[in-house]
Design a protein around this ligand. Structure first.
Ligand code: HEM
Length: 489
């Protein structure tokens, strides 16, 4: 073999190895497209991510991976695979990774949403216990919610007839519920600090324009010009933490009635005095409060926003919702949790909103604490794992060919009873499923039954509802829109 032939053969081997590894990375789930050097698939994800994920599932099957900087992101699609991973292999798939945002809080992987292992187990169990003491899933919490709903409805009554954007009002009201649980107090909608923290919260979810993918790539912080608004993002997080800290401090004198902060501190002191090996700490409390404030407000408020928007598009559904309330509750008294069992159509319309809006399309990111095998592939320790809830909630094989239509009837059986298919996974599945599911369901029912009993919601321009467009951050939030509120009573 002469020198030239040797060089050609070597070059072919090098190219083959490069292409083979960049396309078919050993036992990793397949890449849908070839990654770029260094950044991998980062910029492939910048736009139109939801439809790309759908296309890549068709192309690669239920599991595929992407390279984000130096990290691997594995996307799990379809009900069976998501259950296999998050339920049957829960020990392997239930940790959270350390992300850029985690570091920005200054309280990385503390509390419940972002922690793993012992810290997560202890905080999940303590916070559930405290919420149960406050009546989670029972009437006490429902009464707190009902009280807040009355303030909200009064505030809405002041906007009758004129074009109104209800999002801020809704966010403040829903936020008041988690605030009353955490701090034992609600805030007036004109309270300046409360307005500020609500705006920060809305921004927190909205600033993730790139769906948080940048969240996983630390080196982007160092690019010049704050291309991804990370500096502003960090400032906002710190300001939110500062404002929440003030509220935590106010709970220490014990004058605020029942509240999560006091209960947490008492439990922490008890465990420490008993010499228990506890992960509870002041920092974990701060982080828990931050997480509950965010998780307990935005998804519920956004679901209400979507519900109103769908009603503007489907006045026939809105009429059926009202007729059912009118028949079973009337308009003389406020609907309460005892009415839930009779308002089947409303419940179905809420579930259809959650399904079609699929507000947390990629749930929250998980990771695995060790190398894990699934469906013949190896997912390396520390990889980011995204269960695509979109791939279940918007799957035509599950919901039929009209999967993209708004049709509450799909949740009602032939005898008129409410159906709850196991594929209704809006709150996630497995050990890390939504800790506030029962609270969120109570909130959604009480807000929407009261709103649609009292008011009709019309587009500001007759026959021309606002577009069903959204901003994709951690959640899919409808673009701001205005609505005309008309009294029914
Ligand atoms: C319609 C409203 C809501 C929706 C759609 C929703 C959805 C979700 C989803 C998809 C997850 C991630 C599951 C996973 O990691 O696999 C989650 C986690 C969580 N949610 Fe919700 N949520 C809602 C309301 C609430 C409320 C009202 C609270 C109140 C406290 C709450 C607290 C949490 C917490 C603490 C976690 C983290 C659980 C953990 O990591 O162990 N959520 N939620």
């Amino acid at each position: 073999m002469d020198l030239l032939t040797g060089a050609i053969i070597s070059a072919i081997i090098v190219l083959f190895v490069y292409f083979w590894f960049s396309k078919n990375t050993g036992h990793l789930p397949p890449y849908p497209v070839r990654p770029l050097p260094i950044v991998g698939h980062l910029f492939v994800l910048v736009s139109d991510q939801r439809s790309k994920f759908k296309k890549w599932r068709e192309q690669c099957g239920d599991i595929f991976s992407l390279q984000l900087g130096s990290r691997v992101l594995v996307v799990l699609n379809g009900y069976d695979l998501i259950i296999e991973a998050l339920v049957h292999k829960a020990e392997d798939f239930s940790d959270r990774p350390l992300t850029v945002v985690e570091n920005m809080t200054g309280l990385p992987q503390a509390g419940v949403v972002a922690s793993s292992g012992r810290t997560w187990r202890e905080h999940r169990s303590v916070s559930l216990q405290i919420l149960r003491n406050f009546g989670l899933g029972k009437n006490i919490l429902a009464e707190r919610i009902q009280e807040e709903v009355s303030f909200y409805i009064n505030s809405m009554s002041e906007c009758l007839g004129r074009p109104t954007d209800i999002k801020m009002m809704t966010t403040m009201s829903v936020s008041n519920i988690i605030c009353s649980v955490m701090f034992g107090q609600r805030f007036d909608y004109t309270d300046q600090s409360f307005i500020k923290i609500t705006l920060l919260l809305e921004n927190f979810f909205r600033t993730f324009e790139m769906n948080g993918i940048i969240n996983f790539v630390p080196f982007l912080r160092y690019l010049p010009g704050d291309l991804f608004h990370l500096k502003k993002f960090k400032e906002d997080i710190q300001e939110m933490l500062r404002l929440l800290d003030i509220l935590i401090e106010e709970c220490r004198d014990g004058n605020k009635g029942d509240n999560l902060v006091t209960e947490y501190l008492q439990e922490m002191n008890k465990r420490k005095e008993n010499g228990a090996d506890t992960t509870m700490s002041e920092n974990d409390l701060k982080r828990l409060v931050f997480d509950f404030f965010n998780a307990g407000t935005e998804p519920t408020s956004t679901t209400i926003d979507w519900f109103v928007l769908y009603m503007l598009h489907h006045p026939d559904v809105q009429k059926k919702v009202f007729d059912e309330i009118n028949e079973h509750v009337g308009t003389e008294r406020e609907p309460n949790m005892r009415d839930k069992q009779n308002l089947t159509y409303l419940n179905a319309a809420i579930m259809e909103t959650q399904r079609l809006a699929s507000i947390a399309p990629y749930s929250l990111v998980h990771t695995c604490p060790r190398d894990v095998n699934i469906r013949g592939y190896t997912i390396p320790k520390g990889a980011y794992i995204t269960p695509s809830l979109d791939s279940v909630l918007l799957d035509a094989k599950i919901w039929g060919n009209d999967v993209m239509s708004f049709r509450p009837e799909r949740f009602i059986d032939q005898e008129g009873k409410l159906l709850t298919p196991e594929q209704f996974v809006s709150f996630g599945v497995g050990k890390r499923d939504c800790l506030g599911e029962s609270m969120a369901k109570t909130e959604l029912f009480l807000y929407l039954s009261n709103m649609f009993q009292k008011f009709e919601f019309r587009p500001t321009e007759q026959g021309n509802p606002p577009p069903l467009k959204y901003n994709l951050g951690v959640t899919a939030v409808p673009l701001p829109y205005r609505v005309r509120i008309v009294s029914r009573i």
